[in-house]
Design a protein around this ligand. Structure first.
Ligand SMILES: Nc1ncnc2c1ncn2[C@@H]1O[C@H](COP(=O)(O)OP(=O)(O)OP(=O)(O)O)[C@@H](O)[C@H]1O
Ligand SMILES: [Mg+2]
Length: 253
């Protein structure tokens, strides 16, 4: 095991996980895309879902977050059954998201983008406190607080999205392809940031990644999704070493 590899501290049972997705069926119109997806995320873990284009990765994300209706199965979070809750209720329950498509408001400053991220909070002092907390975690954003978000680099905008996801003190953050559209060096920096947040503040992350190898390298555990079902799962290091997973998803031999 190389030095950059995360270590699972203790093998925990799925029953005690923070997020439990159990045998979920969901899709669009009358057609199921997800045909029995099960996964779990423990507090303090980074979990990565990999799989080919069209496998249903984003649909898993949308089903958990109430954007796509779950027809069968259930989603439990922090002891509550949140199956088919509305996105805003799920946010209030403690899950925030970084979506696959860019979501900063380009004509607003970094600070204004963060303020908007706290629209649920009425207490002005708390809004300020939380924004300053995000600036502490991301000094690059602090330096650019008055810059229009649209004029920042792709990597900086991605950091802003991640920072914004942390404002409401979520218990878990879901990220759909945090590396999407970023150059390789920037991708590495974003993954490093996610890893550091996990180590520094114990951030729990459920992440979807096309960039399977790098995604798994910073994760504790992983799942492979194919044709709407999870086919492999386990310790991220084991998945990275699994010959079948390597051949099919990691461009390895
Ligand atoms: N709004 C929609 N209406 C109908 N079908 C959809 C819709 N969104 C996605 N699909 C279909 O669902 C399937 C899974 O899509 P999904 O976006 O979940 O895949 P993905 O694994 O995230 O792929 P990618 O790696 O390209 O992001 C695809 O066949 C896609 O065409
Ligand atoms: Mg997707």
């Amino acid at each position: 095991m190389t030095q950059t590899q995360p270590v699972i501290r203790s093998p925990l049972s799925p029953e005690r996980a923070l997020l439990r997705v159990e045998d979920v069926y969901a899709g669009y119109q009358d057609f199921d895309i997800l045909k029995g997806v099960s996964l779990h995320v423990h507090e303090g873990e980074i979990v990565c879902v990999i799989g080919p284009n069209g496998a249903g990765k984003s649909t898993v994300f949308k089903a958990i977050y109430g954007f796509v209706r779950i027809r069968q199965g259930r989603v439990l979070f922090d002891g509550k059954d949140i199956t088919n809750w509305k996105p805003q209720q799920i946010l209030q329950a403690g899950i925030s998201i970084v979506p696959q498509l860019r979501s900063v408001f380009p004509q607003m400053t970094v600070y204004e983008n963060l303020e908007l991220g706290m629209y649920l909070e009425k207490d002005k002092r708390r809004i300020k406190e939380r924004i300053e907390y995000v600036f502490e975690l991301f000094p690059r954003l602090a330096e650019r607080r008055n810059q229009l978000a649209g004029t920042m680099s792709g990597g900086e905008q991605r950091m802003l999205e991640i920072g914004r996801a942390l404002l409401l003190e979520p218990k878990m953050v879901m990220m759909d392809e945090p590396s999407a559209g970023l150059a390789p060096l920037i991708t590495r920096a974003i993954f490093q940031t996610i890893r550091e947040l996990n180590e520094k503040i114990g951030l729990t992350v459920l992440m979807i990644e096309q960039n399977a190898r790098q995604g798994l390298e910073i994760s504790h555990r992983g799942y492979v999704l194919e044709l709407g079902r999870n086919t492999y799962e386990g310790n991220a290091q084991d998945l990275l070493n699994n010959p079948d997973v390597r051949r099919a998803f990691l461009g390895g031999r």
